[in-house]
Design a protein around this ligand. Structure first.
Ligand SMILES: Cc1ncc(COP(=O)(O)O)c(C=O)c1O
Length: 458
């Protein structure tokens, strides 16, 4: 195999801002110490998310030009539908503008109040949709000892699902969801064996199995890399094995569609698809465009072909691994094994002097910004903690993680080296990093709008 490097060369460039220390502090204060509220014009390297931030290929940009903007029956939809059908094997294809639109349409129509959705882990927008339907989202991730590297940390705890199905809550289970890869679990893959075991239980109990396939290609690559049995298959073949086990999927195509917007629902059952199409018309648009421009569908169709190319996926996995090694050398506790879409750091361990309610993950993320205008995401108590209804301290998240997300084909090795250097500066003064408190919060996804304040004053 040739040495690993980016399998592309750069055709168009975009300058990046370099705010100085004073400008960084002013931007963070103005944003209420919430990185979601810092303008992109004040960010040097933006690792907030891999969602919608990818660089499209020359072939995708040229596909845009053949977009058919007809309201109904556009050629662009035919291309998109063909690619999705060939990839997933699901005949019914509904485009939507992004993942959460798919979740809202699918889960709202599927779930009744009091019912249960069980998943390896619901992503936060998925959970919000389940709860908005009056149902309950139950996460059953496979138990993993902290810091014990396991190949398939994204798996569902099949034994726990079995117990649940046979117990008093069994009749309440309306769907089982496998999120591939498991974003909230460090982007770890779900194995084919786990999907098979889940399928068996679902079949036995007549419960539909759905995939949140937002990172289906990365999941397939990691399965291939971590199990000898599947190593000879192409990523596309492994992806298909998992699609074959489920009744349908939804996906945010802002990830493995390698495009800036888009999503889908794909199903086997035409009757269900008809129900969802009615809802699609109400909230997204006509079923052959689903809230997207025709040209978006063309770019997505091309992206879905590129995303399963082995050289591309190897670049994704190896650059994440290389970056994780750099961060570790910089003194950060990195979660292993690495996945593809991000590197996760245990800020709780790095900032051991802070309690979860003092938001160590937020504190670390803000410090990275102040040190070098690097933006990352907190996945700790701000995102996954819950306010105590009795007004006491927040119920903390299980771990205080920070995610360095890797936009697809956007940053080079030297950009990532810069991030590691900034991280090293923060790690060197970890013991002096202040905690935070939430001053104002609203809604189920409080991390987007919350206002925060460093403990001990600004
Ligand atoms: C696993 C997973 N599901 C669903 C979503 C929601 O997708 P979107 O942001 O396109 O609404 C995301 C977004 O990050 C995700 O990671």
């Amino acid at each position: 195999m040739p040495p690993f490097m980016e399998p592309f060369r750069i055709k168009a460039v975009e300058p990046i801002p370099f705010p100085d220390a004073g400008q960084r502090r002013a931007a963070l204060v103005a944003a209420g110490f919430n990185l979601f509220r810092v303008p992109a014009s004040a960010i040097t390297i933006d690792l907030l998310t891999d969602s919608g931030t990818s660089a499209m290929s020359a072939a995708q940009w040229s596909a845009l030009f053949s977009g058919d903007e007809s309201y109904a029956g556009a050629r662009s939809f035919d291309r998109f539908e063909r690619v999705v059908r060939e990839l997933t094997g699901y005949p019914e294809v509904l485009p939507v503008h992004q993942g959460r639109a798919a979740e809202r349409i699918l889960l709202h129509r599927l779930l009744e109040p009091g019912e249960l959705s069980v998943a390896n882990t619901h992503f936060d927008s998925t959970r919000a949709s389940v709860e908005a339907a009056g149902a309950e989202a139950l996460d059953l991730p496979v138990p993993v000892e902290d810091d014990t590297p396991v190949p398939f940390g994204g798996d569902l705890d099949v034994a726990a699902l079995d117990r649940l199905l046979h117990g008093p809550d069994g009749a309440r289970i309306r769907c089982v969801v496998l999120t591939i890869t498991n974003n909230a679990r460090g982007g770890q893959p779900v194995s084919v064996a786990n999907a098979e075991a889940t399928r068996r239980l679902c079949t036995e109990h007549g419960v539909p199995l759905l995939l949140d396939a937002s990172r289906f290609a990365e999941n397939a690559y990691l399965v291939r890399a971590r199990s000898a049995e599947h190593a000879p298959r192409t990523p596309r073949e492994v992806a298909r094995l998992i699609f074959d086990l489920a009744d349908g999927c939804w996906a945010s195509l802002k990830k493995d569609g390698i495009a800036n917007i888009g999503g889908l629902i794909a199903l086997r059952d035409p009757a269900l698809a008809t129900r969802y199409r009615d809802q699609l018309i109400e909230t997204e648009g006509f079923p052959t465009y689903g809230g997207l421009a025709g040209r978006d569908l063309d770019a997505l169709a091309q992206g879905l072909l590129e995303v399963v190319e082995p050289a591309y996926l190897r670049y994704r996995a190896e650059s994440a691994l290389w970056f994780a090694d750099l961060l570790e050398q910089a003194g950060l506790p990195v979660l292993r094994p690495t996945g593809c879409h991000a590197v996760y750091v245990d800020a709780g361990r790095l900032l051991g002097h802070l309690r979860p309610q003092e938001l160590p993950a937020t504190a670390f993320a803000n410090e990275l910004y102040l040190a070098g205008a690097v933006r990352v995401t907190e996945l700790g108590t701000l995102v996954f903690g819950r306010p105590d209804p009795a007004g006491g301290p927040d119920v903390p998240a299980p771990r205080e993680l920070v995610r360095f997300a890797l936009p697809r084909r956007v940053y080079t090795a030297s950009h990532l080296r810069y991030v590691a250097e900034v991280a090293e500066q923060v790690a060197a003064k970890a013991a002096a990093v202040p905690g935070y408190r939430i001053v104002r919060q609203t809604g189920a996804l409080r991390q987007f709008a919350a206002t925060l304040e460093p403990l001990g004053g600004t």
